[in-house]
Design a protein around this ligand. Structure first.
Ligand SMILES: *Cc1c(COP(=O)(O)O)cnc(C)c1O
Length: 373
């Protein structure tokens, strides 16, 4: 049986966890937390990285940082995970759902301007499958209307956007704030885990306070103040050193993990061309301005019946493909609150997209042999 996902362990995780436990400092913000944060800052050009217990938490921190309050509007794609919207709903925001592009589940940047009102506070682009949204357009709109951009980079580690100026920027380093995930289904994992990327310096100091339960403990540990106390709202967003130690074992192997995943992805793409034509399904599209981090390999069927039939056929061959998001604008929670706009591309991806197994230890040939013969 070929599962959809299988978490990959580098073998060093328990060694670093043992070291963290033996150090006697197992709460948050110790040696391993700092190693992981430094890695993101150095490698991806993030101004300040803060580890969190999930990407959901990082998004909630972002909503607090930009002072979302009752009545503010936040533009979010409808084709995404619930946390992208929930983090802002928790602070009273009204979510204005945006449609996907025709060629990709990512937010359609050409339709964003018409959604902006005097109440709009932020745009939250989601880099679906680790493929960049068209960030120049999104950042220009944010500048023009004085909005914040919070990248949901949950799936986007080690992926890049090449802007009109030709500069290649890591996803998660472009928006004012960004959130990554290390959930076991992502490329780099710690079971549950996440990271807040702060790229706009005005947010760095307050981000550390919110992260430390509303106290200025981080400044205290750096010797900047003689005592620490309650200075703002906040919560317990730091993971323990046990989680950070696990994550460090993964980050040290990022290049190895990425190169294997990319080989798998390219093998799928190169060998499914005829299959795609014969079965009338579309292969993934990667726009010129985006790189591929091999987070996901998916097919887009013509309709839901065709997708159901394809999933059933592959399951009989012991391969476990899975579909993905159900449009948030038609979810039981939001349906009554949505403004009624028809988001047809989002609905098409809801019905037609199917993801194939993709994980480090996958033997792609086994899947291909089953699919092709
Ligand atoms: C996985 C994922 C999340 C949530 O990440 P957690 O770390 O599980 O909180 C949010 N947004 C997107 C797009 C995701 O893929």
């Amino acid at each position: 049986m070929i599962p959809f996902n299988k978490p990959y362990l580098t073998g060093e995780e328990t060694k670093y966890i043992t070291d963290a436990v033996a150090s006697g400092k197992i709460s948050g913000n110790g040696k391993y937390t700092q190693k992981c944060q430094q890695f993101f800052e150095d490698r991806f050009g993030i101004k300040k990285a803060l580890l969190t217990t999930s990407c959901t938490d990082a998004l909630e921190m972002a909503a607090i940082l930009i002072n979302i309050k009752e009545g503010d509007e936040v533009i979010v794609p409808s084709y995404t995970f619930v946390s992208t919207a929930n983090a802002f709903v928790l602070r009273g925001a009204k979510i204005v759902f945006a449609d996907s592009r025709k060629d990709h589940p990512n937010i359609d940047e050409t339709k964003l301007e018409s959604l902006i009102t005097s109440k709009t506070k932020a745009i939250v682009p989601v880099h679906y499958a680790g493929i960049a949204c068209e960030m120049d357009t999104i950042m220009d709109l944010a500048k023009k209307y004085n909005l914040f951009v919070i990248e949901d980079a949950a799936q986007a580690i080690d992926s890049y956007y090449v802007g009109k100026d030709g500069v290649k920027k890591a996803l998660g380093s472009i928006g004012h704030l960004a959130a990554f995930s290390f959930h076991e289904t992502k490329n780099i994992i710690s079971g549950e885990g996440g990271l807040l990327a702060v790229n706009d310096e005005q947010f760095i100091k307050r981000a550390e306070i919110i992260w430390e339960k509303g106290t200025n403990r981080s400044s205290f540990f750096r010797g900047e103040v003689d005592k620490y106390g309650w200075v703002d709202i906040g919560s317990s967003f730091l993971p323990s050193e046990v989680i950070a130690a696990f994550l460090w074992a993964q980050l040290e192997n990022l290049d190895k993990i990425q190169s294997v995943r990319k080989q798998h992805w390219e093998k799928y793409q190169n060998n499914l061309k005829t299959f795609a034509i014969d079965h009338n399904v579309a292969l993934p599209v990667i726009p010129d301005y985006a790189t591929n981090n091999a987070h996901m390999f998916y097919l887009v069927c013509q309709n839901i019946e065709q997708r159901t039939a394809l999933i059933e056929k592959l399951r009989k061959q012991n391969i476990h493909p899975v579909f993905h998001y159900i449009s948030l604008h038609s979810s039981p929670f939001y349906e009554g609150k949505h403004d009624g706009r028809n988001l047809s591309e989002t609905d098409r991806f809801t019905d037609c997209l199917v993801r194939l197994p993709l994980f480090y230890e996958l033997n792609v040939d086994t899947v291909l042999n089953q699919m092709l013969y």
